[in-house]
Design a protein around this ligand. Structure first.
Ligand SMILES: *[C@@H]1O[C@H](CO)[C@@H](O)[C@H](O)[C@H]1NC(C)=O
Ligand SMILES: *[C@@H]1O[C@H](CO)[C@@H](O)[C@H](O)[C@H]1NC(C)=O
Length: 505
């Protein structure tokens, strides 16, 4: 019934790591060049031109593959299937969803209605065929594009950036999407050096962010902040789609341990490392509390290694150790996450996650291409290359330590896989996506001859070009990309102010 088994291997992070290794010198040269040329300014100017959604009339009268298989002429099942799960069906609205009951549609000060209605992600078939066909036939342009038109793509996304769960890659996708469309991104204030809004706090102070353009909600959130539904709702409409991501807890925790011990260690983590300098991984797995300070002023969130995914998703930090032992409390938290988020992605299936996200949000394949960054590089002889030794006792200790994260992950993983199994022609799209990603990698990192990579039209994408400029953006590290987004945001703010001044004078 499901096709889960055929989605065999988790995403190939390692492949990208290797490519990065080979090409890091190239990257550094590009980045240095970019900085010296003050390229950010020219990027700001060029970006809208290069990235503006393609004008439908440009694609001329060329028919999309399924146009020859109009459902009215043929009863051929396959093409109909293809249409069935096109993101357009997001429009169907007569189904219950998992939003909290009390949510109300957001209306901003100008009284605009939300652009779209949210639909459920899990446990629902996208099968409202009749409504779907109706929507399609209202659009004369259908058939010219596989992707959605501008109006129907979802542009308001709140992403809970869970630490060490491939979330920087998704952040890059979201930032590039937002910049290409001039959306309002909730970003830390210009003078803040960290790209996080906050690593340890759920509060978003107006002074700590780049000004809220008056009378308008923000569109995109993708910088670190502890998720708090009420706080987020002060800045985002309820109709903004809430997205989160989880990773297998052992991998996630070890990744966080290695990363933070080497980069930004809390005091307790340094102490733990000093206790097990020759094998911190197994030292941690057997004695996690040696790396943890229960009296940290920031609470469990100060540690990065104590159920950090749950912390990022907004678990109550009070009485944390007793929550770990109380299943009914854990279940209440899982229920809260289920109600507050529309989509739960799984980083161990990153490409699958991106395809699901694309389908849900009505985005195009061009919007989800990426080159993975922020992957910790571990030298062979480093103590961080040690394999975890998972005896039954270690596993038991670690599971107890990360109990909430395990329960969370094991709740959402099967749902996610079931969802993939229910999607139509999912693997077909996934394979195309991976081929596209591969050629983007080769173009951006290896092939230095061409100026432009042309991705041909297929059942899953319209034709599009990848430029050197896009490569550069995809390869920018988190800090640079966030800075670029900040500069853009300020430029927009200045423009708005300028207009107001002109009007009033
Ligand atoms: C578990 O949590 C629930 C809800 O907070 C509480 O009523 C119950 O007494 C707790 N159970 C234990 C064993 O602490
Ligand atoms: C891609 O670039 C080529 C060459 O500049 C151009 O002819 C073509 O129209 C571009 N395609 C798209 C979809 O923009």
């Amino acid at each position: 019934m499901t096709r889960i088994n055929e989605i065999s291997s988790p995403t190939g992070y390692r492949q990208e790591t290797r490519v990065f290794k080979r090409k890091w010198t190239f990257l550094v040269i590009i980045l240095v060049a970019a900085i010296t040329l003050n390229i950010s300014v020219s990027v700001l100017k060029l970006y809208p031109l290069q990235f503006s959604p393609s004008n439908p009339s440009e694609s001329g009268n060329q028919a999309a593959p399924w146009q020859q298989h109009s459902p009215h002429k043929h009863s051929d099942e396959k093409p109909a299937d293809k249409k069935q799960f096109s993101p357009r069906q997001l429009v169907h609205d007569n189904s219950k969803h998992i939003l909290p009951k009390q949510s109300r549609p957001y209306t901003d000060r100008s009284g605009r209605e939300p652009l779209y209605k949210k639909k459920p992600f899990f446990n629902k078939h996208f099968s409202n065929q009749e409504r779907f066909h109706q929507t399609l036939s209202n659009k004369n342009s259908f058939g010219k594009q596989v992707t959605l038109t501008e109006e129907s793509e979802i542009r308001q996304v709140v992403f809970a950036k869970v630490h060490k769960a491939a979330s920087t890659t998704l952040q890059s996708i979201l930032l590039r999407f937002a910049m290409a469309r001039n959306l309002n991104i909730l970003l830390p204030a210009m003078e803040k050096t960290s790209s996080a809004l906050s690593d340890r706090d759920w509060r978003i102070n107006p002074e700590d962010i780049i000004e809220h353009p008056q009378g308008q909600p923000f569109d995109i959130l993708c910088n670190h902040v502890i998720y708090n539904h009420d706080e987020i709702s002060r800045y985002f409409p309820d109709s903004a789609v809430r997205v989160a991501i989880l990773r297998e807890p052992l991998k996630q925790t070890l990744s966080a341990l290695a990363y933070f011990t080497q980069k930004y260690p809390p005091a307790a983590m340094t102490k733990g490392f000093q206790k097990y300098p020759y094998d911190p991984i197994n030292g941690f797995l057997n004695h996690p509390s040696d790396f943890y300070d229960p009296n940290d002023i920031y609470g469990p969130g100060g540690s990065y290694i104590n159920n950090r995914m749950s912390v990022d998703l907004g678990i109550d930090g009070d009485d944390f150790e007793s929550t770990k032992k109380n299943m009914s409390k854990i279940q209440a938290f899982i229920k809260q996450v289920e109600e507050q988020f529309d989509i739960m992605l799984i980083s161990d299936y990153f490409d699958e996650s991106m395809v699901l996200l694309r389908r849900y949000l009505g985005w195009s394949m061009k919007d989800i291409i990426y080159i993975r960054g922020n992957v910790a590089r571990v030298r062979e002889q480093s103590v961080w290359s040690h394999k975890p030794i998972l005896t039954p006792q270690t596993q038991k200790t670690f599971r107890q330590w990360q109990r909430i994260d395990y329960e969370l992950y094991e709740h959402f993983l099967p749902k996610f896989l079931r969802k993939i199994g229910e999607e139509h022609l999912f693997e077909e799209e996934l394979n195309t996506y991976r081929k596209v990603l591969k050629s983007v990698h080769n173009f951006c990192l290896d092939d230095e001859q061409q100026d432009l990579l042309k991705i041909p039209q297929s059942d899953w994408t319209v034709e599009f070009n990848v430029s050197r400029h896009m490569c550069l953006l995809m390869m920018l590290d988190e800090q640079c990309l966030v800075n670029l987004a900040k500069e853009r945001q300020l430029l927009n703010l200045d423009k708005k102010r300028g207009k107001k001044k002109n009007k009033s004078s």
